[in-house]
Ligand binder design. Structure first.
Ligand code: SF4
Length: 348
């Protein structure tokens, strides 16, 4: 059962409350490549991305940031460190939210300036506490970068924002250790109503990063924790978005693209099956259709093994079969059945 959190808005995208769990990623290019950044955002949107984060490291790059934000079809979050004035400039340049670690901005007065600007621009703030950026006093108290220390640090920052009448907050509590990440989110979720952005920081390349993130985020999502997700991978952002959707789909939380059921192959598979998989699977993946589709290696067990699939195709040595919900309704030559399978998918 999903935990209901306080609803906030990042641009026109609702987060928390009874909004769906939002998918987000972060651009990977230097900001001066304005056109390439816009194209990268658009590619992520084609895969279902809903919010994009851009790192804004310096004042010199505000112009580029503005150019990208102006043409972004989805809300932009500016990732800011150290310079409170840069956060204010990002808001002026069109950021719908900023992501900060409040411990990085020197005096509390600087944070107050960020809060004031965020109110003026009706922007949200994501408080990001990482195991590497726990408040020094709290770190001394706990003596290690534990989940408790991360949570206490986050709650202390929240109190500061609330004291200044600012509530448009979401929170992330990341560590590259998945046990610490899970514990921190669980603990925070018991103590606070603010929406949570969940992720494992620096999760790694594919497949290691996918596995690590899926274990941590999957555990949290199954417990109803998490309002937005990002899978941090050493890979292009569109890959992160695809994995987000696969994860949400596999948990039956949210699905945008077909769930593909394909058999692991065995001695019964036809000699051509692997070649057919390469042809058919990209065609299925393209469809924005939240259904289960099966591609199976033989007609003996294939349809039965994939009986929960709305639509399926199975191959035998001589002919192919089209089936729905485990029942074969057409058989014929491979080419003919593949054509009909793709047409049925298109019609759906
Ligand atoms: S569907 Fe057929 S080929 Fe594929 S694993 Fe099952 S028995 Fe083997």
């Amino acid at each position: 059962m999903r935990k209901i959190t306080r609803e906030i808005k990042v641009g026109n995208v609702g987060i928390g409350g009874d909004n769906p769990i939002r998918v987000q990623t972060m651009n990977s290019l230097p900001l001066n490549q304005v056109k390439e950044n816009i194209e990268q955002i658009i590619r992520t949107v084609e895969y279902g991305n809903e919010i994009i984060r851009l790192a804004l490291p310096d004042f010199d790059e505000i112009g580029y940031f503005k150019g990208i934000t102006k043409h972004s079809p989805i809300p932009v979050i500016a990732d800011i460190h150290f310079h409170y004035r840069l956060a204010i400039e990002a808001l002026k340049a069109g950021a719908s939210a900023i992501r900060i670690n409040p411990g990085n901005f020197g005096s509390k007065r600087n944070l107050e300036e960020i809060i004031k600007a965020s109110k003026d621009y009706q922007a949200a703030i994501r408080i990001g506490v990482n195991s590497g950026s726990i408040d020094k006093k709290i770190l001394k108290k706990y003596g290690e970068r534990s989940a408790e220390a991360i949570v206490e640090s986050a709650l202390e920052y929240i109190k500061f924002f609330e004291d200044k009448n600012f509530f448009n907050l979401k929170v992330s509590l990341k560590s590259s250790d998945i046990y610490t990440t899970i514990d921190a989110y669980r603990e925070f979720s018991k103590k606070s109503e603010y929406p949570l952005h969940i992720g494992v920081t620096e999760a790694g390349p594919i497949p290691e990063g996918i596995i690590k993130s899926s274990v941590a985020l999957g555990t949290l999502l199954m417990e109803g924790i998490g309002d937005t997700i990002r899978i941090s991978l050493t890979a292009p952002p569109e890959e992160e978005v695809k994995v987000c959707w696969e994860l949400l789909g596999s948990l039956n939380i949210r699905r945008k693209f077909p769930e593909i059921i394909s058999c692991p192959l065995c001695g019964r598979a036809t000699v051509n099956f692997e070649r057919r998989l390469k042809e058919i699977i990209p065609e299925i993946k393209k469809r924005k259709l939240p259904i289960k589709v099966a591609v199976m290696g033989c007609e003996v067990n294939g349809p039965g093994e994939a009986r929960e699939a709305e639509l399926g195709i199975a191959f035998s040595q001589k002919v192919a079969f089209l089936f729905k919900k485990g029942v074969i309704y057409k058989r014929g030559k491979e080419e003919e059945i593949i054509k009909e399978f793709l047409k049925t998918l298109e019609d759906m």
